[in-house]
Design a protein around this ligand. Structure first.
Ligand code: A3P
Length: 266
């Protein structure tokens, strides 16, 4: 189960995990990712599979099953938490960039109308925890605490760490899921090949991601899932005082949890 707050790099995590787990089924040259947006290969539970009261036949889906969710940890059913060997990967991103990315995504998909609209109201709401899937800090803390209590079950990753060293992150995901790379695979450069396949530059320029749209909570252009992929792009949207306010708020909310988020990446 891949869990994220929207705009934390879900699309990337889906592409990576799909490629790692299915590497014996498809060579990188023939990857379904070359023809399909990652969201079709790893469907969301609540946005797609269980939408509108639908009850999917999960058992009939081929193994290994990779599914995704934006739900907070506290909302996951016990079938995931207690009754199965399901492993969970959580990808966290710094909240300044997430806030910025959400705004741009809504803009690109016509959900907010003017590029010059004031961000004061959405920013205030974000600070108050009024956000899709709940307060950001509760979302990441739920998965953080679970990863400390049960590291075999929950792997906590940060977008910024993936950006810094994707090859180590690919190996970490593979090890966690029980699909470690063999020495031969590493020697043959498979880790790097998967990282390249799933890179922003590669995925963004594929026809399947340049064209078309997906019907999720609303119609979203495939291209809108690939915008800039930069750490620290928030400087173009938020004022320093907004950033300071969020940093202080998060220091307070994360408290003694041990979780740190990168605020000053630029
Ligand atoms: P930006 O809006 O900052 O560019 P999600 O997949 O959770 O919707 O998150 C989307 C964010 O992840 C966007 O950030 C997008 O550009 C970035 N992203 C998408 N694919 C990526 C990839 N392969 N590598 C790194 N970042 C990626």
């Amino acid at each position: 189960m891949l869990a994220t707050m929207p705009k934390s790099g879900t699309t990337w995590l889906k592409a990576l995990t799909f490629s790692i787990v299915n590497r014996n089924n498809h060579s990188v040259d023939e990857s379904p990712l070359l023809f399909s947006n990652p969201h079709y290969l790893v469907p969301f539970l609540e946005i797609y599979l269980y939408k509108d009261g639908n009850i999917p036949d999960i058992d009939s889906m081929p193994c290994p099953r990779i599914l995704a969710t934006h739900l907070p940890y506290q909302f996951l059913p016990s079938s995931i938490l207690d009754c199965s060997n399901c492993r969970i990967i959580y990808l966290c991103r710094n909240p300044l960039d997430v806030f910025t990315s959400v705004l741009q995504f809504l803009l690109q998909n016509g959900r907010i109308s003017s590029p010059s609209m004031s961000i004061d109201v959405p920013f205030e709401q974000f600070c108050q925890g009024i956000h899709p899937y709940g307060p950001f800090w509760d979302h990441c803390l739920g998965y953080w605490d679970a990863s400390l209590k049960n590291p075999q079950k929950v792997l906590f990753l940060k977008y910024e760490d993936l950006k810094k060293d994707i090859n180590s992150s690919v190996k970490k995901i593979a090890d966690f899921l029980g699909y470690p790379f063999s020495a031969e695979e590493e020697e043959a450069g498979l880790v790097e090949e998967i990282a390249m396949l799933c890179s922003f530059e590669n995925l963004k320029n594929l026809d399947c991601n340049k064209e078309g749209e997906i019907k999720a909570a609303f119609r979203a252009k495939h291209s809108s899932f690939f915008r800039k992929a930069e750490v620290g792009d928030w400087v173009n949207v938020l004022t320093p005082s907004m950033a300071n306010r969020l940093e202080k708020l998060f220091q307070e909310k994360l408290g003694e949890s041990g979780l740190t988020l990168e605020f000053n990446s630029k």
